[in-house]
Design a protein around this ligand. Structure first.
Ligand code: FUB
Length: 310
């Protein structure tokens, strides 16, 4: 009974907070552990694509899930629309960061997982006619394969219609052009120049005609007198493939300090900018993360104000 009251009080607080802030309470999903948020605006609706932490240790993940909302307060759970088993070549437990994007009325969900045959990281793509699935492996094999750095795919479509894909982990971020079919590279990928202390979690957004590449760094507790792990950085360029000018940090390590990773994404919805990320606030466990959202503001000079984590 005491437990039940605890949940009622948490729910009332969350509802009060979201009615004050006008957007979701944190963490957004409280029914399972979720990580690596990738938002997508389609029509009037807001979608978020995430992977699910199962624990008990080291990013054991077997499915990607979809949630959507019309107001960033009330969310619909569309379930695990992409199980790792949809990729016959993928190794169990390796459903890591992913992102879905729309092109010509089709939805392409780029994922990273381990290729069972080669035992190295690879990027795959699933396709659907609807943002909420069902999705199926578009190629029946990895789209890009290459080793440890081939994690955290992110795709960006520029105003002129050219699509770009990026990935990166272990210190190197790469980017390249995608063909119109969204499933083939148009030329070789190249290293993104100018990033400082790159770790992983690449995300691209465009603001006032400039390109912003954000990512997490290698920060460890105590470095530079700052508690906690990874911080989120950003760099700006006049071109989607750089070279980039590193600007700085837009999000400090998440709390509690037990959260080891962060994975951010930046998106505009109904005129406001939002920063998505994950922390370990619900579990206190680095392998059981939860997706959160907070407002993000660009300053008049194009720099990003430090995000306040609620
Ligand atoms: O979720 C597994 C991995 O942890 C992601 O691919 C990284 O970005 C980090 O969040």
């Amino acid at each position: 009974m005491k437990e039940n009251w605890k949940y009622v009080i948490i729910a009332i607080l969350a509802m009060t907070l979201s009615s004050i802030t006008g957007y979701a309470q944190n963490p957004i999903v409280q029914t399972c552990y979720t990580a690596d948020p990738a938002p997508m605006v389609y029509g009037d609706r807001f979608y978020i694509y995430i992977d699910r932490d199962e624990g008990p240790d080291y990013y054991n993940m077997n499915e990607w899930r979809v949630y959507s909302s019309a107001d960033m307060v009330n969310w619909t759970d569309h379930g695990a629309q992409l199980p790792l088993t949809a990729f016959s070549w993928a190794k169990a437990g390796t459903a890591w960061a992913a992102q879905c994007i729309e092109r010509y009325g089709k939805f392409y969900w780029y994922v990273c997982c381990t290729d069972t045959e080669s035992n190295i990281n690879a990027i795959g793509v699933a396709v659907s006619d609807s943002p909420t699935g069902p999705f199926k492996d578009a190629l029946g094999k990895p789209m890009i394969s290459g080793g440890w750095g081939y994690i955290d795919p992110t795709v960006f479509i520029d105003d002129d219609g050219q699509a770009y894909i990026y990935n990166g982990g272990g210190g190197t971020c790469k980017g390249g052009r995608l063909k119109d079919n969204m499933m083939e590279l148009d030329g070789a990928m190249r290293t993104m120049e100018g990033l400082v202390d790159f770790h992983e979690a690449t995300w691209i957004h465009k603001y006032n005609g400039k390109y912003y590449l954000s990512y997490s760094d290698n920060h460890e507790p105590g470095q530079e007198g700052v508690a906690g792990w990874n911080r989120m950085h950003y760099a700006i360029s006049d071109h989607p493939l750089g070279p980039w000018k590193h600007i700085g940090i837009y999000m400090q390590p998440t709390r509690p300090e037990t959260g080891v990773t962060n994975h951010g994404s930046i998106v505009q919805y109904k005129g406001q900018w939002f920063a998505f990320y994950h922390n370990s606030a619900l579990s206190g466990d680095p392998w059981l993360r939860s997706v959160c959202v907070d407002r993000l503001y660009h300053n008049a000079d194009g720099t990003i104000r430090m995000v306040e984590q609620r």
